[in-house]
Write a protein that binds this ligand. Structure first.
Ligand code: SF4
Length: 360
């Protein structure tokens, strides 16, 4: 029997990858369909109990494959029933947040331990980057949360990390989430959120078009480059062009633009007017997120009056804008508050010179 480390974790293989893996072992590729159902629909983790597979295939699976979710190290439950799970992913830990609402239950998953993009308002960005998660580690967050809570109707890639910088692993996970033989979620109910990795947006459109959310945070390049350093590499004009291109493949006819409101930094009404002008040719909805302070944060949350005035200014100019309700902020599970624990990290300040972003 192969050592556990050399076995393939099938939890993260999409239909095509699973068929190829079976083919390499002399099995019929169509058996991938049966396996997907066992793994993702029936949640069976013991290959011996997959009774409609041949004895020979079950023996191959037992010898060469595993179905492992990342070890859970902690679960916190907020007063509003939001549940935050911490997982050990080797070389760091990541968080997933399950958020119950009246008609749906949304799971926010992480795609990387830490993040290399160093957005100035983000606790994850402060941790530095540790590693990309495997597709199995991403799917493990989904399966664990589903078993823990009993239901997941929507999945958003808005946890730790920039998913479009880990597309090798994120694409198979997206295909599994939306495959009718696997998790069977509608493409409209799976959202990838990006800080604006333009080539990644184009690749996502071609390989796994799901709903797209873009972290905007400022409508002018100078301010956006300050808040989201990635903007120096992919400025607003290029980003908006990529968004319009994405709409040809997207399951929705609009892009969601996330806008974290920072008191007296990006919440002036003049910037709301600039935002409306910027989005005039790009069908979009704006999701306003009042800043969630964390210890040592350089920003303050704006007053409710300033938040509402910003929203009203956008709405008055024909841009649909809503204010996101805070969930789980008593357990640091709100947007931009996911920290995990990143071992062996690259300090945030050193990451601006990565190939992603040219040195300022
Ligand atoms: S906001 Fe997103 S892209 Fe920016 S540092 Fe945080 S996790 Fe990374």
């Amino acid at each position: 029997m192969a050592a556990a480390a050399s076995r393939t974790n099938l939890l993260g293989l999409d239909r095509g990858q699973l068929a190829a893996w079976l083919g390499e072992r002399g099995e019929q590729p169509y058996k991938a369909r049966q396996l997907l159902r066992w793994i993702h629909r029936k949640h069976e983790r013991d290959f011996e109990r997959m009774h409609d597979l041949s004895a020979k295939l079950r023996a191959t699976l037992a010898a060469e494959a595993t179905l492992e979710t990342p070890p859970l190290t902690e679960t916190s439950v907020a007063a509003d029933a939001t549940r935050k799970h911490l997982y050990d992913v080797g070389g760091g830990s990541v968080e997933a947040v399950w958020i119950p609402e009246a008609k749906r239950a949304t799971l926010c998953v992480s795609s990387q331990a830490g993040c290399a993009l160093a957005c100035t308002f983000c606790l994850t960005g402060k941790q530095g980057f540790a590693k990309n998660l495997s597709s199995a580690q991403i799917m493990g967050q989904y399966h664990h949360a589903l078993q823990d809570a009993g239901t997941v109707s929507n999945v958003v890639f808005m946890g730790m990390g920039e998913p479009l910088l880990n597309l090798e692993q994120v694409v198979p996970a997206l295909r599994l989430l939306t495959d009718d033989l696997a998790c069977g979620l509608s493409r409209r109910r799976v959202t990838v959120s990006t800080a604006g990795v333009v080539p990644g947006i184009e690749r996502l459109a071609a390989e796994a078009p799901v709903a797209l959310a873009v972290s905007l945070h400022a409508p002018v390049d100078e301010l956006r480059s300050e808040l989201v350093p990635l903007n120096r590499r992919y400025p607003l004009r290029d980003l908006l062009r990529a968004c319009r291109g994405y709409l040809k493949a997207a399951p929705r006819d609009f892009i969601t633009f996330e806008y974290v409101l920072l008191d007296r930094v990006n919440d002036d009404l003049a910037l709301a007017r600039d935002t409306a002008r910027l989005l005039a040719k790009t069908p979009g909805k704006v999701n306003l997120i009042p800043f969630n302070p964390f210890p040592g944060a350089p920003y303050q949350a704006p007053s409710r009056n300033r938040v509402m005035a910003f929203r009203d200014e956008l709405n008055a100019r024909g841009v649909v804008a809503t204010v996101r309700r805070q969930r789980g902020d008593d357990i640091l599970a709100a947007c931009g508050q996911l920290a995990g624990k990143v071992a062996g990290r690259v300090p945030a300040a050193g990451r601006i010179a990565t190939p992603i972003i040219p040195a300022p």
